[in-house]
Ligand binder design. Structure first.
Ligand code: GFB
Length: 335
């Protein structure tokens, strides 16, 4: 990529996409192309083709996806599989048709088999059954990964993919139910501190182990991959370090300054028992994360407070889908 390359960041308003844009801008890239969801519905193939035909895109970071935490994934599996398959298929196909030089697609550590040996190596993909709470999401993301790999082999396209671990940081979704564990718990500890509550509820048994990466560390890894990695095999991006959910809850409690106790709600799902990536391959490319989890949590909390994310109206589960469905049906040619 040179500083004037036309770089399309799909999903620029999300956690990952916004971090990619910050990273590229800080490095002096001055031709970054973005479209909001209202301007370009990536599930609509005709609109996606027209966008690529009109914009002469050189590079694509494909960070657009329907994403969410364990409960959101579990409840809306049809939306997760459909939206993510159509986004991946439309963008990857259009990138091939309109001669994009290189495309980077994002998978996720949750698409490896539920009981994969730990730490998870890239070759464990498709070696066993998936975690049921995010099966829809995983099948769609695996399709995206395979699209890149097949276009690489059949058409010689430099379409690559990576597997980020669980992410957090500025720009995250802090919804109490849709979100991932860090922003979800951060909100609850923050609210409990303000209300002077005695306890905060943490979902599940507290025993599952997860690896967490600050999103700005991921954005730098994606930049390195765009510059240096031209292989069809996917590549893990993580810290290689995992923590139990209860340990993370204790860290967040300290970070936010909540003085009460933690209570576990075992009616909520635990999901995969352990997810930690083998990160030897990406380390060989010279990348490593800068944030420790403690520093990263402090940074994310400070960002959330400064940006008043805990003050905004909470959209209830289902409400968002209703309004989006109405919107989709009104638009001619939409899915
Ligand atoms: O972050 P999370 O939703 O991701 O949940 P997954 C991680 C663990 O934290 C689970 C527990 O064992 C949850 O039960 N947990 C405790 C909480 N309190 C909370 C809370 O307040 N909110 C949430 N969300 N969890 C997702 C996948 O699974 O991983 C997605 O469903 C995605 O597909 C993501 O790829 C990376 O690691 O369990």
């Amino acid at each position: 990529m040179d500083k004037h390359s036309r770089i399309y960041v799909a999903g620029h308003a999300g956690l990952v996409g916004s971090s990619i844009v910050r990273n590229l801008k800080a490095k002096g890239y001055n031709n970054i192309i973005t479209r909001t969801k209202a301007e370009l519905d990536l599930r609509n193939q005709a609109l996606v083709n027209r966008f690529f035909a009109e914009n002469e895109i050189d590079y694509v970071f494909l960070a657009a996806a329907r994403v969410g935490g364990i409960l959101y994934n579990q409840r809306y599996q049809a939306d997760f599989i459909y939206d993510n398959i159509t986004i991946a298929a439309n963008v990857i196909h259009a990138a091939a048709e309109y001669d994009v030089k290189k495309l980077l697609f994002l998978g996720s550590s949750c698409i490896y088999p539920k009981m994969a040996p730990q730490p998870i190596k890239e070759e464990y993909l498709l070696s066993g059954p998936l975690e049921p709470t995010n099966e829809g999401y995983a099948v769609a993301k695996i399709a995206g990964l395979k699209l890149c790999e097949k276009f690489y082999h059949q058409y010689g396209k430099c379409f690559i993919s990576c597997m980020p671990t669980n992410l957090y940081g500025p720009g995250d979704n802090f919804h109490p139910e849709h979100s991932h564990v860090i922003p979800g718990m951060m909100r609850r500890f923050h609210t409990a501190k303000l209300n002077g509550d005695e306890k905060v509820v943490v979902w599940g048994s507290g025993k599952p182990r997860r690896e967490f990466l600050h999103v700005d560390d991921l954005a730098e890894a994606l930049f390195v991959l765009m510059e240096k990695y031209d292989r069809p095999e996917t590549i893990n991006v993580g810290t290689g370090i995992d923590h139990s959910i209860l340990e993370v809850a204790e860290m967040l409690k300290d970070c936010v300054g909540f003085k009460g106790r933690i209570e576990l709600d075992t009616s909520k799902p635990d999901g995969t028992p352990r997810k930690v990536l083998d990160v030897s391959r990406i380390k060989e490319l010279g990348w490593e994360p800068k944030y420790s989890l403690e520093e990263g949590l402090r940074h994310a909390y400070q960002w959330a407070v400064e940006n008043r994310v805990f003050d905004t109206k909470i959209i209830e589960l289902g409400e968002e889908r209703q309004s989006e469905k109405a919107d989709m049906h009104e638009r001619p040619g939409a899915v």
